[in-house]
Design a protein around this ligand. Structure first.
Ligand code: BDP
Length: 609
């Protein structure tokens, strides 16, 4: 098993970043050939990167199939006797890894880490060859969901059932992690807060732990003073006068794990950890027992030229902009983001709804995707396919990897298990039950679970929203449903729907995870027309009024933080333009409107109502 812990240098561990220019081979004519012992050609590409926007020819941008990557490096002789792991933070959508000509692992899913122990396959004191085959196809069994079709000229083309560009490749870091064979591989934390004190219940997994070895947890505060110290593979650490992690007021303790043998340090690992609790009570979302109102965004990992490459400058800029707006939360729509995003959210005190890449579970592509959003047509057959069982296995697996990776982050307050799936058939219900139960089973902190519901998952569709601990809504009244001059009718329909949610038993906290209008930053029009900046402002004001009039609405995450790339087509002008910021992160007029509102809304807005 590889460890999902973020790779860190400590007194007992080395981490070598293998990123840089790697040789690459796009199998235009040679799909299916085996290059595991070395790849042909002379083309080099940055790793990590999304390849799509790097080249000047369409056949690269739209490439679908197997891509081969290769790099080589020397492993020093003196690392013999230690555990060497090659760790990929994410390669989309599936990868096979070969080390010195031998397959060492394969992985399905583009947004969670995987890797292999290569201690045995390594050649010490000499060059080692790392080859990776990445397959970029979308399939009926893949998360995200879609299909791959063959054009008449033989070329493969990815057809996403979702509205973001299918950026692929080795998009996140690749690292060589050198640790002792006895190593800290995983740990779980839960908290009990009583008065000024906190009890931390923990369980740590140490691989190859010997009988004469002892495990220790030391907790140090931000002034580097010892807050607690305990021994054993599981137990309870008491922090007196605890400083809790609060929304936009983060406090992080250092949790240091050690393994000792006869007074000698065997392994050491540490992470910054925020102590906080999360629960749902009535129509409130409680953090540390106090109601919170979520203000923020649905986002994407998307930026010019980078595509979905993890881009640290955009990470920083995006957090600065979110803080400037007065935001306190976001959803990782529609897939797990790079690990560094959650680390930053921990430091900045942001609340994160962490989403599984279960998007496109309606089998719609192109124009049909958004036309349907307003048509009232209820999709019912998605989960009745022959491929459903395999899809479910992949879904549960990626959920397991996600929870394992992110479970100790204070910022993660909820799991979003799907985005806009078909949710009204019996087959859907059976499928949902498994996924929701698994989320509960995997998460030691038992965080609230939800799925982002589109219009056909309305209050009448009892079969699936019953599984949610809180409701999350994606609504486009006034855009896909009766846009423009008809928006007054759209808002009447919207209020009718809201009244039905208000009469559910029980009523649960509702967070709007999507609402928005495509807006070209170049367009001004008085009076407004759809796509103008004025229309986005009018649309948002109507939504704010509606949110304010329903006490159980406990959050608003506008769609989208920034304009982002989509496939080409007649419904999108080189991308989705619902951003409050442009793709290069400059504000549209709407940013000032929302900023004013969010700066004024108190954190406990409508708490207890
Ligand atoms: C929703 C999807 C989101 C789209 C958005 C839109 O969840 O991914 O980008 O609609 O159409 O259906 O803008």
């Amino acid at each position: 098993m590889i460890s999902m812990l973020y790779p860190k240098m400590t007194r007992t561990r080395k981490v070598i970043d293998l990123g840089g220019m790697w040789k690459v081979y796009f199998g235009f004519e040679n799909q299916g050939e085996d290059f595991s012992k070395g790849i042909p050609g002379k083309d080099y590409i940055p790793v990590p990167s999304s390849f799509a926007d790097l080249y000047t020819e369409k056949k690269y941008r739209e490439f679908c199939g197997d891509i081969w990557y290769e790099t080589e490096f020397v492993i020093p002789e003196e690392w013999k006797g230690q555990r060497l792991e090659i760790r990929f933070a994410g390669a989309a959508h599936r990868a096979t890894v070969y080390f010195n000509g031998r397959q060492v692992t394969e992985h399905e899913g583009g947004f969670t880490p995987f890797g292999a122990d290569v201690s045995e396959t390594a050649i010490y004191g000499e060059k080692n060859l790392l080859v990776v085959k990445v397959n970029t196809e979308l399939r009926a069994t893949s998360l995200p969901n879609g299909e791959t079709k063959q054009l008449k000229n033989g070329t493969l083309m990815a057809i996403p059932y979702f509205d973001f560009y299918n950026y692929t490749g080795i998009q996140r870091s690749v690292k060589l992690v050198v640790t002792p064979f006895t190593r800290i591989a995983d740990y779980d934390l839960t908290y009990e807060i009583t008065g000024n004190d906190a009890a931390v219940n923990y369980r740590v997994l140490v691989q190859n732990l010997k009988e004469n070895q002892e495990v220790e947890l030391e907790i140090r505060d931000e002034e580097d003073k010892k807050a607690a110290s305990v021994k054993g593979e599981s137990g309870r650490a008491e922090i007196a006068n605890v400083r809790l992690w609060q929304v936009r007021d983060a406090y992080l303790y250092r949790f240091i794990w050690r393994v000792w043998e006869d007074g000698k340090l065997v392994d050491e690992y540490e992470e910054p950890i925020g102590v906080r609790t999360v629960e749902i009570s009535g129509t409130d979302i409680l953090v540390n027992g106090k109601p919170v109102y979520l203000k923020g965004f649905g986002r994407h990992e998307d930026s010019p030229v980078n595509g979905k490459t993890f881009a640290p400058c955009y990470l920083k800029r995006d957090f600065e902009l979110m803080k400037w707006m007065g935001a306190n939360s976001f959803r990782t729509s529609h897939y797990p983001y790079a690990e560094e995003t959650y680390q930053e959210a921990d430091r900045e005190g942001f609340l994160v709804i962490d989403e599984v890449p279960a998007v496109g579970f309606v089998k719609r592509s192109g124009m049909a995707m958004f036309q349907n959003a307003g048509s009232g047509v209820k999709p019912t057959s998605f989960f009745a396919a022959d491929t459903t069982q395999e899809l479910l296995e992949n879904h549960v697996n990626v959920l397991k990897e996600l929870v394992q990776r992110d479970k100790n982050h204070a910022c993660v307050i909820a799991w979003s298990l799907f985005n806009e799936p078909e949710s009204i058939s019996e087959e859907a219900s059976a499928y949902f039950k498994v996924v929701f139960d698994k989320a509960r089973e995997f998460d030691p902190q038992k965080r609230p679970r939800t799925f982002a519901m589109e219009l056909s998952s309305g209050p009448d569709a009892k079969c699936c929203h019953q599984y949610c601990d809180f409701w999350t809504m994606n609504r486009y009244y006034g855009w896909y449903v009766k846009g423009g001059y008809e928006i007054s009718d759209a808002m009447i329909a919207f209020r009718k729907e809201m009244d039905e949610w208000a009469s559910q038993d029980p009523v649960k906290p509702m967070v709007f995870t999507e609402y928005g209008a495509d807006t070209l930053s170049s367009e001004h029009k008085l009076p407004s027309v759809m796509w103008s900046q004025e229309y986005q402002l009018e649309y948002l004001e109507l939504y704010h009024e509606l949110f304010d009039s329903y006490p159980f609405v406990k959050g608003e995450q506008v769609w989208n933080f920034a304009d982002f790339q989509t496939v080409e087509g007649i419904g999108r002008v080189n991308g989705n333009k619902k951003g409050i910021f442009t793709r290069d992160r400059q504000p549209k007029d709407s940013a000032y409107l929302i900023k004013k509102r969010w700066e004024e809304l108190p954190l406990d807005y409508k708490g207890g109502e």
